[in-house]
Design a protein around this ligand. Structure first.
Ligand code: PMP
Length: 396
């Protein structure tokens, strides 16, 4: 049996997406790529719940490249940024900002925690009072290293009081967690193709507000050419107008798949708000059911109560169990991931639960069964079947 990929990205993709990306490479000026690209750009605004004037970007690359694009297009060296730091990927954002010559302030929390919104309000307020305002605030919507989700809406509200531009790394969140770009007023919401969006790796995706684009136009130090929003902007505009254009070759196979996956995401309703609410609800239900089965096996989560993401579980090994669990779970035909946060790396494992797989409850049950069997093989005494029962009771 083909192993089931249940790491927090890359993830299993739908059959239609797998077909769309695996054909012979179409040319970037072929009619089918032009149409798929144009549709995908339009549908990104809907999935992101963004304003009609917000600008989507689809660029070949990874999530890290999307982060780089945000950092280098919004801030000049010497400007100030606040990083709401929840782990490994917030650290990466901070390092990128520092390499750009930006003056970075981190608000940190212990692994599994998140800085409080009031601490963020205080930090932003006092910087403004001291006439050294932050130009932008960066946060990781879901930090994949800890499974912590921040309260994006409240953080954006706190930043907007002082007109601080906001950038959210949604790599492990977009299309799985609620994010209302237009009504919350975010500056940039970025992601990568291999997570809840439901594609193989290879695309950096983001939607950028007009205000954030203005910040790019005002820069004194241009970003590297390959990630310059002003180089890519006419290309995005052309494809949306169903005209071909060239700056740097787009990842044509992935764009064919992007069109399909965004249509699948929006298929729940003609109303994008309802479609996204339904999709997020499914992620919530699955996350609750996974947590119920971890609890039934006596396991504890890494994130503090109330901060658990819907897109993945970060779960502590019980007493006497270590990373050998991952190999035992693999023997059951399911691939899960180890820890990532450097401070607690050896103390927990991670299971992704996002995207297409959520429409296959049998695969979700297969996953909790495999973890249960793995724990039993590691010597833990658990009653066989508790994980499955707890999952089914909660998932319904
Ligand atoms: N941010 C977050 C929250 C992530 O989970 C990841 C990837 N796991 C990245 C950024 C970096 O993305 P990539 O590996 O595609 O460069």
């Amino acid at each position: 049996m083909t192993p089931l990929l249940m790491i927090p990205g890359p993830i299993e993709v739908s059959e239609a997406v797998a077909r769309a990306v695996s054909g012979p490479p179409p040319g970037h000026v072929s009619p089918q790529v032009i149409e798929a690209f144009g549709c995908a750009l339009e549908n990104m605004r809907r999935v992101w719940l963004a304003r009609p004037d917000a600008q989507p970007f689809v660029v070949p690359g990874s999530g890290t490249l999307a982060m780089e694009m945000a950092v280098t297009n919004l801030l000049d060296p010497g400007q100030r940024a606040l990083v709401v730091n929840t782990g490994y990927f917030s650290d990466r954002m901070g390092e990128m900002l520092a390499r750009r010559g930006v003056e970075v302030t981190h608000l940190r929390a212990a692994p599994g925690g998140a800085p409080s919104v009031s601490d963020v309000e205080i930090a932003i307020g006092s910087a403004a009072d001291e006439r050294k305002p932050f130009h932008a605030m960066f946060a990781t919507h879901v930090d994949t290293s800890t499974g912590v989700r921040v309260d994006a809406r409240a953080l954006i509200q706190a930043a907007r009081v002082h007109e601080v531009l906001t950038v959210f790394d949604g790599v492990c969140a977009t299309a799985g967690e609620r994010f209302e770009m237009a009504s919350w007023g975010a500056g940039v919401y970025l992601t990568a193709s291999q997570k809840a969006i439901g594609l193989p790796p290879g695309l950096a995706l983001m939607v950028v507000s007009q205000r954030a684009l203005e910040a790019r136009r005002r820069l004194r130090t241009k970003p590297p050419m390959s990630v310059d929003m002003l180089e890519w902007l006419p290309i995005m505009q052309a494809y949306e107008a169903r005209r071909p254009s060239y700056f740097s070759t787009p990842a044509t196979n992935l764009i064919m798949g992007l069109d399909i996956t965004l249509k699948e995401i929006l298929a729940m309703s003609r109303d994008e708000d309802l479609a996204m609410a339904t999709r997020v609800r499914l992620h919530e239900l699955a996350a609750e059911a996974f947590r119920a089965s971890w609890e039934a096996m006596g396991l504890r989560m890494v994130p503090a109560a109330g901060l658990e993401a819907n897109t993945l579980s970060a779960v502590r090994y019980p007493e006497g169990v270590d990373a050998t669990l991952i190999g035992k779970v693999r023997e059951q035909g399911v691939i899960i991931a180890g820890g990532l946060h450097p401070a607690i790396k050896d103390q927990y494992f991670r299971v992704g639960h996002m995207g297409h797989v959520l429409t296959h409850p049998d695969d979700l049950v297969r996953t909790v069964n495999a973890v249960e069997a793995g724990l039993i093989a590691c010597g833990l005494s658990i009653e066989r079947g508790v994980a499955r029962r707890a999952f089914i009771d909660a998932f319904g």
